[in-house]
Design a protein around this ligand. Structure first.
Ligand code: CDP
Length: 203
């Protein structure tokens, strides 16, 4: 079975939690594509060379989740040659036998426009900053400023800007519990899987 679930959205919208849970529930592989850009930013030096030489070990660093790593990732992610170096790996992952969930910014628009399911997960900047602050601590106003700066850079860049694919299902998690957001995501994926198996059964 080739079946791709693309989950895009802005910083700290809850994509990671939803992606992992969707992958677990349906037995799909999962790739957090933000980690690729975080690892490129964290290597330092020339980001294009870092993207071209990225190894699985780079993804295991324990400093990839910091605010600084997020900023470095979004700066590196605006460079077209960095994005180009990471495309093939993501496409192969998305279309590998067995099915996959990928979360990021451009999965439904650029990496896998043919994805069977596209979700665009969002929430207000204040809610997202509060959630990220619960994870990283520090000064909440600074976390909000970082989230807004990263949103502006990710949405404003020329190459693969963050935006919902025209056929994406929008999930605004501002007022939803994790369970409610997950129920919404699972029902979209389950309906599409059912749809696919009905079609393959029909004569
Ligand atoms: O976890 P969070 O939503 O804060 O960020 P992330 O998904 O780890 O992504 C970090 C940064 O990588 C983003 O701000 C984007 O600039 C970049 N990114 C991207 O450009 N394209 C992707 N598919 C994934 C991440």
């Amino acid at each position: 079975m080739i079946f791709t679930v693309a989950i895009d959205g802005p910083a700290a919208a809850g994509k990671g939690t939803l992606s992992r849970a969707v992958a677990d529930r349906f037995g799909l592989a999962h790739l957090d594509t933000g980690l690729l850009y975080r690892a490129v930013g964290a290597r330092g030096g020339d980001p294009v060379a870092a993207a071209r030489d990225l190894t699985p070990q780079d993804l295991l660093r324990d400093d990839l989740r910091t605010l600084e790593a997020g900023q470095a990732a979004s700066r590196a992610a605006a460079i077209p040659e960095v994005r180009a170096a990471l495309v093939d790996f993501q496409r192969r992952f998305a279309r590998a036998e067995g099915g996959a969930v990928l979360d990021g910014r451009d999965i439904g628009t650029v990496i896998c426009p043919e994805a069977e399911v596209k979700l665009y997960v969002t929430a207000s900047p204040e809610v997202r900053a509060h959630r990220r602050w619960l994870e990283v601590g520090g000064d909440e106003a600074r976390v909000l400023a970082e989230v807004l700066e990263r949103d502006a850079r990710d949405m404003g860049r020329a190459d693969a800007p963050l935006k919902p694919a025209p056929d994406a299902v929008l999930i605004d998690t501002s007022a939803l519990t994790v369970d409610a957001a997950l129920a919404a995501a699972l029902s979209v994926v389950a309906a599409r899987l059912q749809d696919g198996s009905d079609r393959s059964e029909s004569p």
